[in-house]
Design a binder for this molecule. Structure first.
Ligand code: 5GP
Ligand code: ZN
Length: 111
């Protein structure tokens, strides 16, 4: 998608602090972190949201694995994996992405 900011990051057209990359995925530091660890994980292929991605079971499983590994490696005392979805879910970029959040006590329930 030509106007999608995360497609541009995946293509290397917009710089990002990349912490993981494979043929299918890329993970980078969030530009406006809400926790000391705030990593965004995306498939390089464009899906609008987690509902669209979920149809691709192999890619979904791989993405969950990468997110869990990044949490395990970077957050010693626990972490949260989040897929904001739609307006009420707080989604602002409509290319599916998982947030890996940690290294501080996270509130529950979220606001
Ligand atoms: P959402 O609110 O859609 O769940 O999350 C989108 C996230 O992408 C936000 O946390 C926002 O800070 C991050 N973000 C938006 N644009 C950019 C960008 O150009 N670079 C990086 N690294 N993060 C971005
Ligand atoms: Zn995209």
């Amino acid at each position: 998608m030509s106007e999608c900011i995360f497609c541009k990051i995946a293509a290397g057209e917009i710089p990002a602090n990349v912490v993981y990359q494979s043929d299918e995925m890329i993970a980078f530091l969030d530009i406006a972190p809400v926790a000391p660890v705030h990593i965004v994980v995306i498939p390089k292929k464009h899906f609008a949201n987690v509902s669209e991605l979920s149809v691709e079971s192999d890619l979904s499983a791989k993405m969950l694995k990468v997110m869990a590994e990044l949490g395990d490696q970077n957050c010693q005392t626990g972490y949260r994996l989040v897929f904001n979805t739609g307006d009420d879910g707080g989604q602002t970029v409509f290319h599916v992405h998982g947030h890996v959040l940690g290294q501080r006590a996270l509130q529950w329930p979220p606001g």
